[in-house]
Design a protein around this ligand. Structure first.
Ligand SMILES: NC(=O)c1ccc[n+]([C@@H]2O[C@H](COP(=O)([O-])OP(=O)(O)OC[C@H]3O[C@@H](n4cnc5c(N)ncnc54)[C@H](OP(=O)(O)O)[C@@H]3O)[C@@H](O)[C@H]2O)c1
Length: 516
């Protein structure tokens, strides 16, 4: 059973009807940003919606001096800021907060884990001691230490009693070798099935809906192949620049920050074969198969099929932005890419010859994520006189954020006595149809991790295959300085080279839709 075959949501609920076992959620990195901004608000909302297990505890682990009471108070203040529903419900919070505890300690200190183990024992319910979700909201360089320590403290076992799971955050390595090392550390004392790697994109309602849409609508399902699809465009654009994250971005760049994880995840859901069932392993098998079918990129291919870019100063929506090389903690001669565009081919039966274009970047004109399926045009015989070669081909756009929805573009006759043809659109908007229901991705992901359903998490071979692709691209960029054609003004859709990439096959980028 998993999220994709759960019953339809009740008003305000999210469609999960799982009998969740009592458990304790141990957050390593309890005093950090992720905990305050995402994890506690997500748990609070799950509790508020009646979706948490009937009995649970949350234990925060970090070095800073705090008591249960002071930590609860801090979290409450943070919740006022980060909760997606406001104001925070005092009664609900009070009931939720009774389950929250703090364990002070250093991740390298054996005695701290002994205290943690003891604390779990004091809850008086064996399930709260044995069913443990370890959320590693810490640096990946600390994963190995924590896994070893919780194992030594008898809190992490491969074969029970109860269940223990490790939830880990991106960045999941910075290349294949580092990802393999992390995977090795995580699975030294746990089965792969106990490791839940988060890509928060997979927690988004609309990303999950890709499979539902593809495999439950026969009119589209039969068109989803090389016979009907001309090409596919996946855009994840950000209006913001790197801001105060220059230090992080210098180590990451758009390829590691967006493409290796979120964009390849979306691509695999869009292009994968139907799984034999909606069970986690079946879905993940197909995603990995798809990633492995992406045509490998030689150094020469990278030069021809991959474009990188970096923004210089320019105006975004009327606001002046500084150039990347002038951002704080960025080297003045940095070659790090703030934009990437890829032309990928999937060498399998379904997609042979169909280009998949992916682009992402910072300081672009709008923040939007969408997938556009561009269908092949009809033969241009009947309307050539009126429309020339400009008769529009049909396109289906899956808008992932914001204003989630689906839009179909087709041709209609302009009313009147002449034959005029004009593309028109049919829009479906989630909000208009189902009402505003926007759970945070972390709510869904935490719930799935508590339930032990790994469908929405990234498996080891998936992450490693994605790194192989990213590494082959980096190898092509290695040691090459950016050229003039690779710079773009903040507020534009990337460098000219990105347009040239599509022009090779007579294609053009389509601006993300604004669905109202
Ligand atoms: N923040 C986000 O929105 C976000 C989003 C995606 C991924 N992530 C990833 O999630 C992880 C955590 O991010 P963050 O932003 O929350 O980081 P952060 O604000 O720097 O928090 C780090 C946490 O780790 C704890 N910590 C560090 N060293 C420790 C030690 N030796 N012993 C015990 N605790 C230790 C710190 O607690 P003390 O200082 O109290 O010890 C703090 O609670 C990172 O890997 C990050 O890349 C974060």
């Amino acid at each position: 059973m998993n999220i994709l075959n759960s019953p339809a949501p009740a008003a305000g609920g999210n469609g999960n009807h799982k009998n969740l076992e009592a458990c304790s959620i141990v957050i390593f990195g309890a005093s950090g940003d992720l905990t305050a901004r995402k994890l506690i608000p997500a748990l609070y909302h799950l509790f508020k919606d009646g979706l948490m297990p009937p009995t649970f505890r949350v234990i925060g682990f970090a070095r800073r001096e705090k008591t249960d009471a002071s930590w609860r108070q801090e979290l409450r203040t943070a919740l006022d800021q980060f909760s997606r529903t406001k104001p925070v419900d005092d009664k609900v919070w009070a009931a939720f907060a009774e389950n929250i505890f703090y364990c002070i300690g250093d991740l390298t200190d054996d005695a701290a884990y002994a205290r943690l183990e003891k604390q779990l024992g004091t809850f008086g319910n064996p399930a709260l001691r044995d069913n443990l979700l370890f959320y590693l909201a810490i640096s990946p360089s600390q994963f190995g230490e924590v896994v070893e320590q919780v194992h030594r403290s008898n809190l992490l076992k491969r074969d029970g009693p109860g269940w223990q799971r490790l939830v880990v955050e991106k960045p999941f390595g910075h290349d294949l070798a580092s990802a393999e090392k992390l995977n090795h550390e995580l699975t030294r004392y746990a089965h792969e099935s106990q490791v839940f790697r988060i890509d928060h994109y997979l927690g988004k309602e609309t990303v999950q809906n890709i499979l539902m849409f593809r495999f439950s609508n026969s009119i589209f399902e039969r068109l989803w192949n090389r016979e009907s699809v001309d090409h596919v465009q996946i855009t994840v654009s950000e209006k913001i620049g790197v801001g105060d994250r220059g230090g992080y971005y210098e180590e990451a760049g758009a390829l590691r920050d967006m493409v290796q994880n979120h964009m390849l995840q979306v691509l695999s859901l869009i292009a994968m074969e139907p799984p034999v069932s909606l069970e986690a392993e079946a879905v993940r098998d197909e995603k990995v198969k798809l990633l492995k079918s992406i045509r490998p990129l030689s150094l020469d291919d990278v030069a021809k099929q991959i474009v990188r870019g970096q923004y210089f100063a320019g105006s975004v929506g009327g606001e002046m932005r500084t150039g990347y090389r002038q951002e704080t903690k960025v080297k003045p001669d940095s070659n790090v890419e703030t934009f990437a565009a890829l032309k990928l081919f999937i060498d399998n039966w379904r997609w042979s010859g169909v280009p998949f274009y992916l682009r992402t970047g910072k300081n672009l004109p709008m923040s939007a994520s969408e997938v556009r399926i561009q269908f092949r045009p009809t033969p241009n015989v009947l309307f050539a006189a009126q429309c020339g070669s400009h008769l529009d081909a049909n396109a289906l756009t899956l808008r992932l954020q914001p204003n989630e929805g689906i839009s179909l573009r087709f041709n209609g006759k302009v009313p009147g006595t002449t034959i005029g043809v004009r593309p028109v659109r049919m829009h479906f908007s989630y909000d208009a149809e189902f009402g505003a229901y926007t759970p945070e991705a972390y709510e869904r992901l935490l719930l799935e991790a508590i339930a032990g359903d790994a469908t929405l998490f990234i498996r080891r071979d998936e992450v490693e295959t994605a790194w192989k692709i990213a590494d082959s691209i980096r190898a092509g960029w290695e040691g090459r300085s950016l050229t003039n054609r690779e710079f773009y003004s903040a507020g534009t859709w990337g460098p000219i080279a990105a347009d040239d990439l599509l022009a090779q096959l007579g294609h053009t980028w389509h601006e993300p839709l604004v669905i109202k």
